[in-house]
Design a protein around this ligand. Sequence first.
Ligand code: CP
Ligand code: NVA
Length: 315
Amino acid sequence: MASQVGVKTLKGRDFLSLHDFSPEEIRILLKTAEDLKTRLRAGEPCRVLAGKTLGMIFHKPSTRTRVSFEVGMVQLGGHALMLRGDELQLRRGETIADTARVLSRFVDGVMIRTFSHQDVVELAEHASVPVINGLTDLLHPCQGLTDLLTIEEKKGRLAGLKLAYVGDGNNVCHSLLFAAAKTGMHIAVAAPDGYQPRPEILELARGDARSTGARIEVGTDPVAAVAGADVVYTDAWASMGQEAEHEQRVKVFAPYQVNAALLAHARADAIFMHDLPAHRGEEVTDEVMDGPQSVVFDQAENRLHAQKAILALLL
Ligand code: CP
Ligand code: NVA
């Protein structure tokens, strides 16, 4: 079984960015996620992490990431430990490196959600157990893997589809660029000037796309991006940590709202996706969120299955 091959190849790895994984490794993760989802639905236990503990550091709020990682660990026979950033000695100046060394003596893996991506890289450098990126200002790879699982479930394939990402060129957009590039999906990003994906991420994604034939387009016109798309995706206009810019961003991003008029430019069978939480009436209207093309709650559920695959294969 593909997932058994993966147990050997992925064991001990960090999960910081989808860019770090080959298309074959992403395929193994997706196959394992599908298997775990099927087994869960069949009521078949899979306690491959019996006796193992995941430490979960959160410096930002979370609903999906926290609950899906904790429930996932329990379903795999293990245990998850919530470590609030403001309650750790990190807050009083203990270094990231020392925190990594100490946690590695107690737990079998660390999931972290924080601001600076560099802090996660540093944690991973000094931890002797796998570190999983549960979102940084730069990337959200667990979401990207989940989104691949959801698109494949809904559309039956990935390569050759067109995904339109409309809105802020943020962490979620960056991980979708890698997700598409690694799997041969065409991705068209529409974002206002000044809010486009970072050039260094685009350069890496374009490098990844060379081996899969994925096409990457970045522009400012939401209608052009959505035209003929199989998947229409958006995310918050003001991410966590950008609350002070909210008022300004709402003005800049108003033409990028995913509403019925914009969605009408996509294929008739296009699906609407959002990593959530949604800001209804801002980046997406109720009619789209609650409409027949929306798969956002299936997508949210898939966080559980995708992350169980990451945990089962890496820890
Ligand atoms: N999509 C996502 O990561 O949700 P949470 O912020 O609730 O974890
Ligand atoms: N871009 C959003 C994603 C939330 C899951 C943020 O960083 O706040």
